[in-house]
Ligand binder design. Structure first.
Ligand code: CA
Length: 225
């Protein structure tokens, strides 16, 4: 998952980032309203963890900005206990959920995972694409009932493809999804190519069809048509 953490309190921000980075998430951070707005204007996230009281502005305006531009990023509000009104406004504006500070990082992660699952995979814990069966909780892929091992990045890319099945995804969108904006995207096109090559090989060797089509000069498409 690609996550944006918007939180001005350094201790909390760092602990969230460390916690999510230990899993298979790519995290980006924003320290204040302006940097958060800059990020969401350019990049899309599976989920934005959003503090409301920020230097230079209110997190609610980030949600307004997303809606005004019809961006569909998931949003989880993290806010202080006494800001009930803001939480309600946030949910009315289209935030997916909220969590009151202080919270356990494990709960934050389950909430974020639930949001991403709900948005990308209609709340299913199992994702099925023809002969490919993915257990999202266990992160296990089975093909024709046979378990197939993928690396973290391969798994993340396979899910990304299936979530966007039938659509062309550009190499830069893939790079952004896998590594965030912290890297020079062009340097990673070779890595994308080798990840795709490996995914294909594993799928085909396990008896799956080859669903990944290269759209010349544009990117890739995961499709069975
Ligand atoms: Ca704050």
């Amino acid at each position: 998952m690609k996550i944006l953490i918007v939180e001005d309190e350094p201790g909390l921000r760092e602990s969230i980032e460390t916690y999510f980075n230990e899993g298979d998430s790519v995290c980006e951070i924003a320290y204040d309203f302006t940097s958060a707005l800059a990020k969401v204007s350019v990049y899309r996230y599976d989920c934005i963890i959003l503090d409301l009281t920020l230097p230079q502005g209110n997190g609610l305006d980030i949600i307004r900005h997303l809606k005004a531009n019809q961006y569909n990023d998931g949003v989880l509000i993290i806010s202080a206990k006494n800001s009930l009104d803001d939480r309600i406004i946030g949910l009315d504006l289209g935030a997916d959920d909220y969590l009151t500070k202080p919270f356990h990082l494990s709960e934050l992660k389950s909430r974020v995972t639930a949001i991403v699952r709900r948005r990308s995979f209609n709340g299913n814990s199992t994702l099925i694409f023809n002969e490919i069966n993915i257990d999202l909780a266990a992160k296990m892929v089975t093909i024709n009932k046979q378990s197939v091992k993928f690396t973290r990045k391969e798994y993340s890319l396979l899910l990304y493809f299936i979530a966007n099945k039938g659509k062309v995804v550009s190499k830069s969108a893939i790079a952004e999804h896998l590594w965030g904006d912290s890297i020079d995207i062009a340097d990673n096109f070779d890595f994308i190519y080798s990840h795709i090559k490996n995914i294909r090989k594993k799928l085909v060797e396990a008896g799956s069809n080859d669903y990944i089509q290269a759209a010349y000069g544009m990117g890739y498409k995961f499709t069975d048509t």
